[in-house]
Design a protein around this ligand. Structure first.
Ligand SMILES: *Cc1c(COP(=O)(O)O)cnc(C)c1O
Length: 417
């Protein structure tokens, strides 16, 4: 399909070709990124992009829903089975909208929400000051313990008792340890708050049984579908039976118009893929790889927030190396190692140039990289750090990275290289 584009729009074709080459010729360590399967790619590039399906199966506003109703029901069935949830809404355009829908389903504008502070690992949409979620709602962010980098449940409980939030948000975008959703539920119960759990990053680990699921504890679970879950770019909400109608209404007509049917179709494919022993093996390797990469980096003298990882993600505290996060991320990018600079808990540096770099293993594990490659990657990262101002060495690392990448092909999306 993609090769036909060469004929219709050579300019865009060429840009896609370049991006495809970049994705296969670099080590992608951004923990929120992945490579989808060919099946997911085909479904999301299918004719379902042509269909409007406002409403829900059996209750649509346009005709011609003979097939879309079947697809949405299948996507919902697969999602509820995979996550063992009462109900799934597979329409949210992305994780951010899913969160907004979760909040608006449960509470009113002006009510208080309590989510993890962005600078401590939370997401923008957990009530960070520049996000609409802090303008619409009264936001009281909770920090982590800046000495340990860990969630401090006594502090969270004290804050919750003091501010009486209507929603507590559990979940993170840069937290390398397991999150105890059960304790969150207990705190939420004590203060009469709803619990919303956002598993955007860890959904793939949750379905593989490698991270405790929030489904039994949370009123609403929000997720993206494109991170460790390895589906198309989208969002999803899971909830208890009692919240079904509120959640559905909050998504449509509350926040969205027509669902992206091509995305939903690809979500259905991804849910089927995630419900296989192969996916469990994949997710198991993601965590194994992260632990080995973390251990090797520590051997090289890197400081890691919380001293390691339980999941797919590692947060490097670069203060001990005296390298600013942005400088490190840029140097790594020149060496074909793609990461993002990130604040570390209690960071005194500004968010545009923080002291951390965030990395993760979902994408490289999809390519089939394992323990030996993790050792190699740790060595590359260390070489770049040790030679941060030496362009010829950084260039040499880039060549070694390219060689490694050539041995681990990405899923075949783009036939013509
Ligand atoms: C990525 C992420 C989101 C937002 O997802 P988008 O699809 O980028 O809107 C929400 N919450 C968390 C915890 C995330 O990591």
């Amino acid at each position: 399909m993609i090769n036909a584009l060469e004929q219709y729009d050579p300019q865009i074709f060429e840009l896609i070709r370049q991006e495809s080459a970049r994705q296969s010729g670099s080590i992608r360590l951004i923990p929120s990124e992945n490579y989808v399967s060919k099946a997911v790619m085909l479904a999301s590039g299918s004719c379902l992009t042509n269909k409007y399906a406002e409403g829900y199966p059996g209750k649509r506003y346009y005709e011609g829903q003979q097939v879309t109703d079947l697809i949405e029901r299948l996507a919902q069935e697969r999602a509820t089975k995979l996550f063992k949830a009462d109900h799934a809404n597979v329409q949210p355009y992305s994780g951010s909208v899913a969160n907004l829908a979760a909040y608006s389903a449960l509470i009113k504008p002006g009510d208080t929400i309590m989510g993890m502070s962005l600078s401590h690992g939370g997401h923008l949409t957990h009530g960070w000051k520049v996000s609409l979620t802090s303008k619409f709602f009264n936001s009281v962010p909770y920090p982590v313990n800046t000495d340990t980098g860990l969630l401090d449940f006594n502090m969270i409980e004290d804050l919750a008792k003091q501010h009486k939030p209507k929603i507590i948000v559990s979940g993170a975008t840069a937290y390398p340890r397991e999150i105890d959703f059960e304790i969150f539920e207990q705190i939420a119960k004590k203060v009469g708050a709803y619990l919303v759990s956002d598993i955007a990053h860890i959904a793939g680990l949750v379905v593989a049984g490698l991270h405790k699921s929030p489904v039994p504890y949370a009123d609403v679970v929000s997720t993206t579908t494109h991170k460790t879950l390895r589906g198309p770019r989208g969002g999803m909400l899971l909830c208890k039976e009692e919240h079904t109608s509120k959640v559905d209404k909050a998504v449509f007509p509350g926040l969205q118009g027509g669902p992206h049917m091509h995305t939903m179709t690809a979500i259905a494919v991804a849910m089927a893929e995630a419900n296989t022993p192969e996916f469990v093996a994949y997710a198991t390797q993601v965590v194994k790889n992260a632990k080995i990469l973390a251990a090797k980096l520590m051997e090289y003298g890197f400081t890691l927030v919380t001293g390691g990882t339980d999941n797919h993600l590692i947060l490097i505290d670069l203060r001990s190396k005296d390298i600013p996060g942005k400088k490190m991320a840029k140097a790594l990018d020149r060496a074909r190692i793609v990461t993002n600079y990130n604040t570390i808990p209690g960071d005194s540096a500004p968010p545009m140039n923080p002291n951390g770099v965030r990395i993760g293993t979902p994408a490289i594990t999809t390519r089939g990289m394992k323990e030996p490659e993790m050792e190699q990657i740790a060595d590359f990262i260390n070489t770049v750090a040790e030679n941060i101002d030496n362009e010829s060495i950084i260039e040499k690392v880039g060549k070694d990275v390219l060689l490694l990448c050539s041995q681990f092909p990405v899923p075949e999306h783009f036939i013509k290289q």
